[in-house]
Write a protein that binds this ligand. Structure first.
Ligand SMILES: N[C@@H](CCC(=O)N[C@@H](CS)C(=O)NCC(=O)O)C(=O)O
Length: 216
């Protein structure tokens, strides 16, 4: 079997991994997903995974030749530099992209991810007080992103960059999984999600990465 140029340790429910899978698809990379069984076997928590794949015990991990990269923001930066696509142009934009990627990791998808996890997958489900806290933080962060997008088609202006590919991480998953509809409540985010969806090579996370649906 021919090796793909890029291999991505991932699973379908991971929005953090989706950022990278989406970028690989959008740049037309030769890549294949490597399924990480997070839900049944808890693979990222194993000593083997932590010693051989990622000491942080997370997906995504991108394998490219001898390189193994983790943290989606680092991987997006690496792919942008290598392919020349979705690159923030100039010093100012480079720093601006990093600013939004960090804000995203901590406060936008950094809260959306755990909220969805606690609502759908965790046993027991999230405590109501925790869910209420997270929902408040999510509403605040989504409001900030929506306002930003009222000023331009994409996060950094007229062109899509890695900042957009980071920020869409969880936003194409079904509204039922959140119990609220991000697009219906934020019109600028809704238009931006449509714009990103129309880029050549876009695919839904459940079609791009293995592991959906979960075994009963
Ligand atoms: N900031 C990281 C977040 C990665 C992350 O939290 N991945 C989750 C899956 S969505 C994970 O592997 N969690 C395993 C764990 O924390 O035990 C990134 O952007 O790559």
């Amino acid at each position: 079997m021919n090796m793909a140029e890029y291999e991505l340790h991932c699973f379908a429910q991971s929005g953090n991994a989706y950022r990278v899978a989406l970028m690989l698809n959008l740049v037309g990379a030769d890549w294949r997903p490597l399924f990480v069984d997070f839900f049944v076997k808890g693979i990222p928590r194993t000593t083997e995974y932590r010693s051989a794949i990622n000491e942080m015990g997370e997906v995504p991990v991108l394998v490219h030749g001898a390189r193994k990269l983790s943290q989606s923001g680092v991987i997006l930066t690496y792919l942008a530099e290598r392919t020349g696509k979705f690159v923030p142009r100039g010093d100012e934009q480079r720093l601006e992209a990093l600013r939004w990627i960090i804000f995203d990791n901590q406060k936008v998808n950094g809260f959306l991810g755990p909220y969805r996890f606690l609502r759908n997958f965790a046993k027991p489900r999230g405590h109501p007080a925790v869910m209420e806290f997270l929902k408040g933080r999510i509403d605040n962060a989504l409001g900030i992103v929506d306002k930003r997008l009222s000023a331009g088609d994409y996060i950094l202006g007229s062109e899509p960059t890695i900042a957009d590919l980071s920020l869409v991480a969880y936003m194409y998953y079904p509204a039922e999984e959140f119990g609220f509809d991000i697009a219906a409540n934020h019109k600028h985010i809704a238009a931006w999600l449509d714009r990103v969806r129309s880029l050549l090579g876009w695919a839904h996370p459940y079609d791009l990465m293995p592991g959906y649906p979960l075994p009963q």
